[in-house]
Write a protein that binds this ligand. Structure first.
Ligand code: RIB
Length: 291
């Protein structure tokens, strides 16, 4: 494959149908609550991050797995309508992944995921196409994560891991990542920034919610100021951050400026309900960015 067919970002990850209820508060154990609203959206951390990259202007391919059902058809059509290459989006005879999401009046949420077809992504071989950046997460089998990071390393792509949801990981896996982008919970599950740097991750960008983010490497830690908004729904905000970060890195933006731009993208995503509906276009993000 020649340079003309190189992607900016290849995302390998999950895709789900998000079943989203809003409630006045999150339910307690054993409690039944009435929803205030209900909606279904395309979701999954992999799909969200692929769409986030595309809306930030990147040439994106998504590698994932949907079921042979109406949700799978909807997710495929959504990706294609966003200009994402779906050549390696597999369809198998299993239910498409689901995420059961509850968002309360303060914008707090709980998410339960059912892997469905996502659990079968590694059943047949994956070949990572030429790409500047390879981005993956943890809603797919870990052997697949190791496989695609290894392939990307061999072709000198920049490897980026969003270690979500929080899961302890082997040093073998972490050592394949150039950049890790955990939130605070995910960072703690991995032993913290110093452990990540110690096993060979070059840059750790820890997202801190409404406090912004922090970039750490072997010699320094640099804060990224938050972009302040009135948040109503944080679902997908981390995906907006990671997608924008990777799209900017693929453009050649340095990591500090890419993180500042990603911070704005993440903040904007909290101002709109849902994950995919909230992912911002690059023009909206850059209109708020004073270099
Ligand atoms: O990061 C948000 C995503 O997490 C949702 O879209 C849901 O599908 C879960 O994967």
């Amino acid at each position: 494959m020649g340079d003309s067919t190189e992607f900016d970002v290849v995302v390998v990850g999950s895709c789900n149908l998000d079943l989203v209820s809003t409630t006045t508060r999150l339910p307690s154990p054993g409690e039944t609550l009435r929803a205030v609203t209900y909606a279904e959206h395309a979701g999954g951390k992999g799909l969200n991050q692929a769409v986030a990259c595309a809306r930030m202007g990147a040439r994106v391919a998504f590698i994932g797995c949907v079921g042979n059902d109406s949700a799978g058809t909807m997710l495929r059509e959504l990706l294609e309508s966003e200009g994402v290459d779906t050549t390696q989006l597999k369809t198998i005879d299993a239910p498409t992944g689901r995420a059961f999401i509850t968002v309360d009046a303060n914008g707090e949420n709980t998410i339960v995921i059912v892997a469905g077809a996502n659990a079968h992504l590694g059943d047949t071989a994956i070949t990572v196409p030429r790409t500047k950046v390879l981005l993956t997460q943890l809603e797919i089998p870990l052997p697949v994560v190791i496989d695609v990071l290894t392939q990307a390393r061999l072709q000198n792509s920049i490897t980026v891991l969003n270690p979500a949801p929080a899961t302890p990981l082997s040093h073998e896996l972490l050592s394949l990542c150039d950049i890790a982008v955990p939130n605070e919970t995910e960072s703690a599950a991995l032993g913290g920034t110093q452990v990540l740097l110690g096993v060979g991750v070059t840059t750790v960008i820890t997202t801190l919610g409404e406090r912004g983010a922090e970039i750490s490497n072997a010699t320094s830690t640099t804060p990224i100021a938050p972009y302040t908004v009135d948040a109503i729904d944080t679902v997908g905000a981390g995906d907006a951050f990671v997608g924008a970060l990777c799209a900017e890195i693929a453009r050649g933006t340095d990591i500090h400026h890419a993180s500042e731009i990603a911070s704005i993208a993440g903040a904007l995503a909290t101002t709109v309900p849902g994950a995919v509906p909230s992912l911002p276009q690059r023009a909206a993000v850059m209109s708020l960015y004073a270099d």
